[in-house]
Write a protein that binds this ligand. Structure first.
Ligand code: CP
Length: 321
């Protein structure tokens, strides 16, 4: 069993969004996550940091990366992890989110990880339950651990975030990943651009501290990082793009469009990817892609977050003891 080093106390009981985090909160989580990467690369991956603690994963929306990495993260920290199967639960009989959460809360978990289609679901739960809550994605609102793992991937590849130019491209309008990344990258001093057809840009995007582009050639010019987003058809009501073929022609990342960015620009995608829609396979699997590194950093960041939230120096009410 590997014991973890002491870090400063993280000043939050829940992780509901990047908007609640200061630059030093973010750096603290990234520093903790760096240590978790080293642990995950050892043959002995298990620590005792969360031994005796109970983690419940409550996913109302499909997930491959986030749910499995939260489960692995909890297990590597020594917690007891339960994956609540929403599809075979009493949710199917009409039980509300709050009733389900209160039922689970009565079993005295220490941390609840929630993904839900409604913006604000995680914040609502945090007001009702007696344990820490982590937002694993709420509608088109926030996905804070995705932004943290993206930042960790960039920081490890480039040694810094400040003053890098990051182009976030695609369906910004429906993307919680874009929103959390814009908040986090701005907090750490990056120059953030968004690149999308005007139909896929949310109202008021210019007030989020980003430069807005509607062509890939201009938006990618000289970029250090190109972050592609999935076309989120499940959140679209009506047609936002004329056709997938047309979308790929103008906004899909291929070798020709990538030439506009720096020669060594990092290519990122949070997954799941639609190959041939927002990214060409040759780029997703190519030498500039750090998509698999993002997945690895996901486990480390989630270890760091849970460890920070459940710091034993805090009392059961979440205050510093
Ligand atoms: N990036 C992300 O949230 O992936 P999943 O939907 O597979 O969890």
């Amino acid at each position: 069993m590997t014991e973890r080093a002491a870090f400063p106390l993280f000043p939050h009981r829940h992780l509901l969004g990047v908007k609640d985090l200061s630059p030093s909160d973010i750096e603290l989580l990234l520093d903790r996550a760096d240590e978790a990467v080293a642990i995950s690369r050892q043959s002995e991956k298990k620590t005792s940091t969360l031994r005796g603690r109970t983690q419940i994963n409550l996913f109302y929306e499909a997930s491959t990366r986030t749910q499995s990495s939260f489960e692995l993260a909890g297990k590597r920290l020594g917690a007891d992890v339960m994956n609540m199967s929403v599809s075979s639960s009493s949710v199917k009989k009409g039980e509300t989110l709050i009733d389900t959460a209160m039922t689970l809360n009565a079993m005295r978990p220490d941390i609840l990880i929630i993904r839900h289609a409604s913006a604000g679901a995680a914040a609502l739960l945090a007001q009702k339950v007696g344990c820490s809550v982590v937002n694993a994605g709420d509608g088109a609102h926030e996905h804070p651990t995705q932004a943290l793992l993206d930042a960790l991937t960039i920081r490890r590849a480039r040694g810094k975030i400040a003053r890098l130019t990051v182009a976030i491209c695609g369906d910004v309008r429906h993307s919680r990943v874009a929103r959390s990344n814009i908040l986090l990258l701005n907090a750490l001093g990056a120059r953030v651009r968004v690149v999308a057809p005007s139909t896929l840009l949310p109202a008021g995007i210019g007030e989020m501290g980003v430069e807005v582009f509607t062509t890939m050639k201009e938006g990618l010019a000289g970029a250090d990082v190109v972050m592609m987003l999935r076309l989120q058809r499940e959140r679209m009501e009506g047609a936002f793009v004329p056709s997938v073929r047309e979308y790929f022609r103008y906004f899909g990342l291929d070798a020709e469009k990538l030439k506009a960015a720096k020669d060594d620009a990092l290519v990122m995608h949070p997954g799941p990817m639609n190959r041939g829609v927002e990214i060409a396979s040759e780029i997703a699997d190519g030498p500039q892609s750090v998509i698999q590194e993002q997945v690895e950093m996901g486990v480390a960041v989630r270890m760091a977050v849970m460890e920070a939230l459940l710091d034993p120096r805090r009392n059961p009410e979440g205050q510093a003891a």
